[in-house]
Structure formats: C-alpha cells, structure tokens
Ligand binder design. Structure first.
Ligand SMILES: [Zn+2]
Length: 160
C-alpha cells in the first residue's frame, strides 16, 4: 500500500530571530517567528507525513499551548512523528519540498538540510528533495514578510 500526504506551512519574518530552515541556521537579517523554532520546512514535512499516514496534523500532536514545545528544534518534532509512523508500520519512501521565499537563497544550505532531515526520519538523504522558489516579488512572500513551504510525502505499509 502506497499513501501520499501534502503539507503546507507559513511563518512571519521578524527581526531578532534566527532563521532556521531544515534544521540549518541560515545567515539572514531576519528570522521566522513561531512557538517552536518556526522551521517551515520541517513543519510542512511533518504535516505531509501525518497526512500520508492519516494521523491528523502537527497542531493536534504538538499544540502551541504546550510550554514544553517553546523554542524546540523542529527536527525533534520530525523525529517524534517518525517514531509514531514506525509504530504504525509505515515506512517513508520519499519527501519533496518546495520552499517559497523571496530571500535568502537556500541552494548553499540544501545538502545540510537534507542530511539533518534524513537523519531524524531514518532514510537516506537521496530520498529527500528540497528546492527554492520566489514569488517574483509578489505578495507577502515577495515583500519578504514571510516564508512558506509545501511538502509532499510518500509512505508505504505492508497489507492494510
Ligand atoms: Zn510552522
């Protein structure tokens, strides 16, 4: 059985915050704000995986109201989700991500992101793809007010 899931996330760019994407700290004048480290790539992947497994969404599993989650690395969230998928006998096949940001350019960081994510998901980096896209200056992303990410996850499970 093969199942797919889609994930989407967006966070606001503000001053005096680190920019963390795919578990990598990226040099930029602003960072994303959120309850955790606001890593949109990890959050979109989390929702894609939960969607594929039919397990709801990241907000249900890791509520904003939980003080324990304040400032945590989103790689930890992915690791936790991977554990829950394994318990239900799901195997991750591949992940594809599109990061939608006007700036900064992420190409120099993509390999490190893939290694980070692959490690917590227990798959090879070759099964993760991350690409960047701008909005040609249009809208809130184009105005550098925020960054969004889309992810697609494929999982398999033996039998039903
Ligand atoms: Zn998020």
């Amino acid at each position: 059985m093969v199942k797919t899931g889609i994930g989407f996330d967006v966070h606001k760019l503000v001053e005096k915050r680190k920019l963390i994407l795919g578990g990598v700290e990226i040099e930029y004048e602003k960072g994303l704000i959120g309850h955790s480290d606001a890593d949109v790539i990890c959050h979109a992947i989390a929702d894609a995986l939960l969607g594929a497994a039919g397990m709801g969404d990241i907000g249900m599993m890791f509520p904003d109201s939980d003080p324990e989650l304040e400032g945590i690395s989103s790689l930890r969230i992915l690791s936790e989700i991977n554990g829950r998928l394994s318990q239900r006998k799901y195997k991750i096949v591949n992940i594809d991500v599109t990061l939608i940001a006007q700036a900064p350019r992420i190409a120099p960081y993509v390999e490190r992101m893939k290694i980070n994510i692959a490690k917590v998901l227990g798959i090879g980096p070759a099964f993760i793809n991350i690409k960047g896209k701008t909005t040609e200056g249009l809208g809130f992303i184009g105005q550098k007010e925020g960054i969004a990410a889309l992810a697609l996850a494929t999982v398999t499970k033996d039998g039903l």
